[in-house]
Design a protein around this ligand. Structure first.
Ligand code: AMP
Length: 416
């Protein structure tokens, strides 16, 4: 096996000059570690499990070698009939749009040769059907809409050569099992499979084994490599909104992304903040796709300064130089914690991931720390110090939590 750690240019990784030129134009001066460690193997046709911090360049790690393969492949099957040869599955519509945009950008000089189509729900299916006429080389898709397009014969998956699961642990989680199994059944047995994510919980690693053929495993997640600072503030019960408003006013962050756990919690918190003179927008699954796109664009451009979102914004979204992410509610899954805060501190920028915890969150935050292998000092916010009686409780030995009624595993709620 080649030692890729010594390779420092995209050309040395085996990429063709046309792609390298484009990367220079995009000011990608050097491959990131996940790119160095995986691109040569993807070019060789190996299956990959690729883990690296959020914002560390995973999209290019799978997209560039795929584009090169399309380019080098004569008589590509994809361009006959309604076939697709490379399928990238992602969990959210916004991520489908973003990844397709990146793939198109990387293949800018090859745009006459390579056809990339994004397919996702919440928007009219007709333009997507039209775009798929004559097949596509690369499709970036959310599972539900992809299946709709298959059942209306707009696309055929039996010639797929490469399957990418971006945010692989999410794609392999219970919420997607049914759709993913249907898609897998439509794909040929022989194909290259690439799994990428910042988090690979153990149960996902086991699940993925059946999908992969002698994969190259690269796990580069590290706290040292992260440019993201994490902080946690202990807050009195009932004072989270006041503390949040105080922090926003005090720091005057250029943009602030706040996570809560449910759609109605977004609206509720938005109302409370606006009563405190803070203008916010909300981003969740009950909003129409047009509104979702507008809000996200407004936030990315800086027009919207404070955005309250559910976990539909937690995965993969690349918001340039986002200064801070705040967990108003803690996410249930420790992996989601890493993805949420990972919207900040991307591509080597300094970032801040901040969590507000009250007494009810104390135990769960310890679980998040343990699973993600870090430990933070509990800080206090000046003027909102935790009252003595509650402060004691924070440091009291943990009591085991009573199990809620009904023990069966439930599908992840889609209240996002
Ligand atoms: P990703 O993790 O793929 O979402 O990428 C995170 C950010 O890093 C995006 O804004 C990319 O454009 C950027 N990026 C990816 N690879 C490189 C690279 N080799 N050099 C500079 N920026 C990069």
């Amino acid at each position: 096996m080649t030692d890729n750690t010594q390779q420092t240019t995209f050309a040395e990784l085996g990429l063709i000059p046309t792609l390298v030129e484009r990367l220079e134009a995009l000011e990608y001066s050097q491959p990131t570690p996940i790119q160095s460690h995986t691109i040569p193997h993807v070019l060789e046709g190996r299956d990959i499990v690729g883990g690296a911090n959020t914002g560390s360049g995973k999209t290019a790690a799978f997209a560039l070698p795929i584009l090169q393969k399309v380019y080098q492949q004569e008589n590509s099957a994809s361009r006959r009939g309604n076939y697709v040869s490379h399928l990238i599955l992602v969990p959210t519509r916004e991520l489908a749009s973003q990844v397709a945009y990146n793939v198109k950008s990387y293949s800018y000089h090859l745009r006459d040769k390579i056809k990339t189509v994004a397919v996702f729900g919440g928007v009219s299916v007709n333009p997507q059907m039209l775009a798929l006429r004559g097949g596509a080389d690369v499709i970036v898709a959310t599972p539900g809409r992809l299946l709709d397009l298959v059942s209306s014969n707009a696309i055929k998956l039996d010639q797929v050569q490469t399957l990418v699961l971006d945010e692989a642990d999410r794609m392999l989680s219970l919420g997607f099992t049914e759709e993913l199994n249907k898609i897998l059944a439509l794909l040929p047995e022989q194909k290259q499979t690439l799994l990428f994510s910042a988090t690979f919980p153990d149960k996902v690693t086991n699940l993925s084994q059946g999908l992969l053929n002698n994969p190259v495993e690269v796990q580069l997640q590290s706290a040292e490599a992260s440019t993201l600072v994490q902080r946690v503030f202990s807050v009195n019960k009932g004072q989270k909104t006041a503390v949040l408003a105080h922090l926003i006013k005090q720091h005057q962050w250029r943009q602030t992304l706040i996570f809560v756990n449910a759609k109605n919690a977004c609206n509720h918190l938005a109302q409370k903040l606006s009563k405190r003179g803070i203008t916010v927008e909300v981003f969740h699954g009950d909003k129409g796709q047009g509104a979702r796109t507008r809000v996200l664009e407004g936030f990315k451009s800086g027009e919207i300064q404070v955005l309250i979102a559910t976990d539909i914004a937690a995965r993969g979204l690349d918001i340039e130089k986002l200064p801070v992410v705040i967990n108003f509610d803690l996410p249930r899954s420790p992996a989601d914690y890493m993805h949420r805060i990972g919207r900040s501190g991307r591509a080597g920028e300094v970032g801040l991931g901040l969590s507000l915890i009250d007494f009810d969150d104390y135990h769960h935050f310890k679980v998040i720390e343990k699973k993600n292998k870090f430990q933070l000092e509990r800080e206090q916010v000046k003027g909102f110090e935790v009252e003595d009686d509650q402060s004691e409780a924070y440091f009291a030995p943990m009591k085991p939590r009573a199990k809620p009624a009904g023990t069966g595993k439930k599908k992840k709620k889609r209240n996002q």
